[in-house]
Design a protein around this ligand. Sequence first.
Ligand code: IMP
Ligand code: MG
Length: 221
Amino acid sequence: MKTNMENGGLKMVGRVHQSPSSILNPQSSPRVPSRWRKEVEGVLITDAQLARRVKSLAREIEKDFRGRELVVVSLLNGTVIFLADLIRQLNLPLRLDFIGVSSYGSGTESGELVFTKELRLDVRGRDVLLVDDILDTGKTLGRVLPKLRALQPRRLKTCVLLDKPSRRVEKKVRADYVGFEIPDVFVVGYGLDFAERYRNLPFVGVLRPQIYKTFSTADGH
Ligand code: IMP
Ligand code: MG
């Protein structure tokens, strides 16, 4: 918790879970670029804050895995942007592989998990870093972690960009490295999507609720 406060540079991380309106106070929150303003209510984490925190996360990971070769296992699709930035900051030899996992939920709720791509690299006896975009209910990591553990890696650590602790259902699931703790708001950008959109926002923003409230599942989903 303390580390997040120190390294993240975000005032609302920690145990205080404010409402979106107070997080996105216009005085403290940067303006949403005009082309996104109709859909995105506010900027929660700026591109500069993301870059800074990704660097410090990489330093923490390097320290723990010094002298080892890593297998980075990343969950598709939400991690792609975070992962690309993180591994380029990691001064460690590493190999990269992906697990595809899709949740067929409606709107912003996660539903049934389906594996769309299996791991190809052999992780037995290896040091594994599992990377995900956001730890929400914990159902995804709750499914993926036992699957990886069964492959008998030497060490298995978990890194997530975002953590919403107040939403946790799987109480035992936690991440070893957390970029930012955030309150219970639906966020998009920097790889995170709503209905596969908004992944290309260079910041993490809060989606306007009317976007997901009026979303039709017939819309190519
Ligand atoms: P969990 O299984 O509930 O922990 O959810 C993990 C997955 O749900 C993430 O990998 C995301 O794909 C998705 N998710 C949860 N919260 C958000 C959010 O605020 N924005 C975008 N995707 C989210
Ligand atoms: Mg997603």
